[in-house]
Design a protein. Structure first.
Length: 78
């Protein structure tokens, strides 16, 4: 499934945005994090959703995940 989404044209992925738009429109804090890459090197991610005014807790959870998952020092080549 991941490769199907990563290799799909942008208009085909719009349906997946239905899951993120309500939170963005409502001002609910969200954080997108990396989770893997496809065989072609396309990054894959997931989104955490926090409570209203929960940015600090959300960022703390994201930082902890990045440390444990090994993404904290994973930066693209410039």
């Amino acid at each position: 499934m991941f490769s199907a989404v990563a290799n799909a044209p942008p208009e085909a992925v719009v349906a997946l945005m239905l899951y993120t738009i309500p939170f963005n429109a409502a001002g609910i804090p969200t954080l997108t994090l990396p989770m893997d890459k496809t065989d072609a090197g396309v990054p894959l991610g997931f989104q955490l959703i926090g409570p209203e005014l929960g940015e600090a807790r959300l960022l703390s959870a994201g930082a902890a995940y990045e440390q444990v998952a090994g993404y904290a020092n994973d930066h693209p080549a410039m």
